[in-house]
Design a binder for this molecule. Structure first.
Ligand SMILES: Nc1ncnc2c1ncn2[C@@H]1O[C@H](COP(=O)(O)OP(=O)(O)OP(=O)(O)O)[C@@H](O)[C@H]1O
Ligand SMILES: Nc1nc2c(c(=O)[nH]1)N=C(CO)CN2
Length: 208
């Protein structure tokens, strides 16, 4: 997605959540200073022309995975990765702002799972802890203006960001599992994030 097309949505999101774009920019610089990795061409090779399943972490994920034959390239949004592992499915890509993963992600990354790590104003300490641990394929993302090896595919929360990324990388079809944007069992902030997930996904033709 062109940053110019994303920018108005980004400013609306910052206003809605009272985020300071300067903090996001600071986080992006912290990430870039820690790693020069960029596995974007590996990601494009994996996804371009292929079907993808993006797994969000709604409570329905487990039963949907058990009921569904997961097709194509499996992308986990953050903590959805551990649900997939418990169902015997290894995510090929994990999109994360680092608040839902655990040590298992390092092992998966060493075995080839592409980590797509999002830097934002509220996760700088987690960037400093986790980024140096990923010695396998790694892509950095920002929600602000991209530069050097940090990308902006569009999207805000891990799930919708994963869908925007798959679309940008040329997926032939994108199937969603584990998305429930009406989930009432979440915190008020998370409810706001799910309202945005619904809006951003609807902008590109997906319902959740
Ligand atoms: N009902 C739901 N509850 C949680 N996540 C959901 C739900 N429906 C869709 N998702 C998507 O699954 C993603 C991963 O969920 P997780 O529980 O790991 O959230 P999170 O780490 O709090 O996400 P984020 O930090 O992006 O808000 C979310 O970013 C969201 O896009
Ligand atoms: N500044 C900031 N940016 C974000 C945040 C957040 O909590 N703070 N959470 C996100 C997805 O959960 C994505 N982006």
């Amino acid at each position: 997605m062109r940053y110019e097309d994303w920018e108005p949505l980004y400013h609306e999101i910052c206003e809605y959540f009272s985020f300071d774009p300067d903090d996001d920019e600071r986080a992006a610089h912290v990430a870039v200073d820690l790693s020069s990795s960029d596995a974007t061409s590996d990601l494009v090779n994996l996804i371009s022309g292929h079907p993808v399943t993006v797994c969000g972490n709604a409570p329905c994920l487990k039963s949907q995975v058990q009921a569904d034959n997961i097709t194509g390239v499996v992308i986990a949004a953050d903590a959805a990765a551990s649900v997939l592992l418990s169902c015997g499915v290894r995510p090929v890509v994990i999109v994360t702002d680092l608040d839902g993963i655990d040590e298992y992600a390092i092992d998966l990354n060493n075995k080839g799972t592409i980590m797509v790590v999002h830097a934002h104003g509220d996760n700088i300490p987690r960037i400093k802890t986790w980024v140096p641990k990923f010695t396998g394929p790694l892509i950095l993302t920002t929600q602000g203006r991209p530069f050097k090896n940090i990308h902006n595919f569009g999207g805000f929360s891990d799930g919708d960001r994963a869908v925007y990324m798959a679309r940008d990388c040329g997926a032939s079809a994108i199937h969603l599992l584990g998305f429930d944007c009406d989930d009432q069992s979440v915190t008020p902030v998370k409810k706001g994030k799910l309202i945005w997930a619904r809006r951003l996904l609807s902008e590109i033709g997906y319902d959740c």
